[in-house]
Design a protein around this ligand. Structure first.
Ligand code: KE4
Length: 426
């Protein structure tokens, strides 16, 4: 594949944008080479600036579960734009998407819309602290909840991709209130609660992690966290920015039957436009301004274009729930195909999957950040570029989940499996 124009555009971008990108994980630092500049996208395919057609496995890092430029969403945004793009005033549309989201997701009575997953998680933690009157939070190494200071402590995704989980600029004052445990390690969580009696406002976690690659909660991990939070008067926050409206209409709460006190959303809820949200019981959410004292705000929160895209997306998913089964079946097919190919390789490998979240690791077991970090990154880099040269666009980091979209055909999946076979045989 030729990437001349992408490289030229990258050189121009680096002169005016730090690192040439507006989000670090796009910069290909973890896999080497210059990032691909995209010209347009439709369905399961990206068309880059050099005219290459690529099968897309990031779907904008999750939002585009129905594929790029999904016609109903495009139509809704075009029509809404004719009515004005932002008012800074309430609109009926915000009420309708709130009602729809609440009808789809268990255990939530009120929802507040923001502009990103970071904002959603940051606001949910502030609300938990305001509601409990406590300062500390427990997070898990390798989980990523956006780039708010409290979370850039052993974070996943781009933060770990750069090997700088503790970002400069995060003060000790902030870091001291973020307690860390390895994912799936209940004993450490118990120890943190014992050592910080009455001080923990909340546990926040990705109930199915996607920012170390895909890492599943073991046995009754989520149920036991629920019990520990109840015993210690802390809130349980599910960060479903990635899993929400992807693993099931009601997300992981529905899938695994565990009740969270607050749930955060992003990605799919915005249908490809900037939307985040956080939700919970009326009892907790009523503490939010202007109803309560916990302040949170945003000029473009509830933006009509973003609400039009998000509403159209959620309504389609709610009315066509067969999409979730279709996506799961396609991902299972891909999983089985990759399994069969990788079995013939000498190198250590494992594949983690739940629903349409899947990741291939070049190590033999990934259950938390430490085991994910043992993956052979040199092999991943070689695999990444081999796949790219075969027209397959994977997330440019071993610490990401692949995101399937329902526009992918079984022929696309076969191409992905065969390109992996040619890598193993090379
Ligand atoms: P955003 O602020 O990027 O919208 O959402 C932050 C966030 C919060 N919680 C979870 C579970 C997330 O996965 C994310 C963002 N995900 C990354 C990809 N793993 C975004 C990609 C990027 O940083 O460019």
């Amino acid at each position: 594949m030729i990437y001349k124009r992408s490289s030229a555009l990258f050189a121009e971008a680096q002169k005016v944008i730090p690192g040439g990108v507006n989000s670090p994980v796009r910069a290909f630092k973890a896999v080497g080479g210059d990032p691909i500049f995209v010209k347009k996208a439709k369905g399961a395919y990206l068309y880059d600036e050099d005219g290459n057609k690529l099968i897309d496995y990031i779907a904008s890092w999750g939002p585009l579960i129905l594929g790029h430029a999904f016609d109903p969403v495009v139509k809704a945004v075009k029509e809404r734009a004719e009515l004005g793009t932002s008012y800074g005033m309430p609109t009926e549309l915000e009420t309708r998407i709130a009602e729809l989201a609440i009808s789809m997701v268990p255990n939530i009575e009120k929802i507040r819309f923001v502009n990103s997953g970071t904002e959603a998680c940051m606001s949910a933690v502030r609300l938990a602290r305001g509601y409990t009157g406590r300062d500390k939070i427990i997070k898990f190494s390798g989980c990523y909840h956006g780039h708010s200071d409290s979370f850039l402590i052993q974070a996943g995704s781009g933060a770990v991709t750069f090997g700088s989980p503790n970002s400069p600029g995060v003060t000790q004052g902030t870091a001291k209130d973020t307690l860390l445990a390895p994912y799936n390690n209940l004993e450490q969580v118990k120890a943190l609660f014992e050592a910080n009696k009455g001080e923990v406002a909340a546990i926040i976690l990705e109930p199915v992690a996607g920012n170390m690659g895909c890492v599943l909660p073991q046995e009754d991990f989520l149920h036991r966290l629920r019990t520990l939070c109840d015993a210690h008067g802390a809130l349980l926050i599910f960060d479903e920015v990635m899993t929400g409206f992807r693993l099931a209409p009601g997300g992981v709460q529905e899938l695994m039957g565990v009740k969270a006190d607050l749930v955060t959303f992003g990605k799919v809820i915005g249908g490809g436009l900037p939307v985040g949200a956080f939700a919970g019981s009326n009892e907790i959410m009523s503490k939010l301004a202007p109803e309560g004292p916990v302040y949170q705000a945003g000029t473009l929160s509830g933006n009509p274009l973003a609400m039009a895209a998000g509403y159209t997306m959620l309504k389609y998913l709610n009315d066509h729930r067969e999409v979730f089964e279709s996506l799961d079946k396609k991902t299972e097919y891909l999983h089985k195909g990759l399994d069969e190919v990788m079995k013939s390789s000498e190198m250590p490998w494992c594949i983690n999957r739940l629903g349409s979240m899947i990741s291939l690791h070049f190590t033999d077991k990934v259950v938390d950040f430490d085991t994910a970090a043992k993956g052979n990154n040199d092999t991943f880099k070689k695999y990444y570029h081999h796949m790219l040269d075969n027209g397959i666009y994977l997330p440019p980091s071993a610490f990401e989940s692949w995101f399937l979209n329902d526009a992918l055909s079984y022929e696309d999946l076969d191409k992905t499996i065969e390109a992996t076979r040619s890598f193993v045989n090379s």
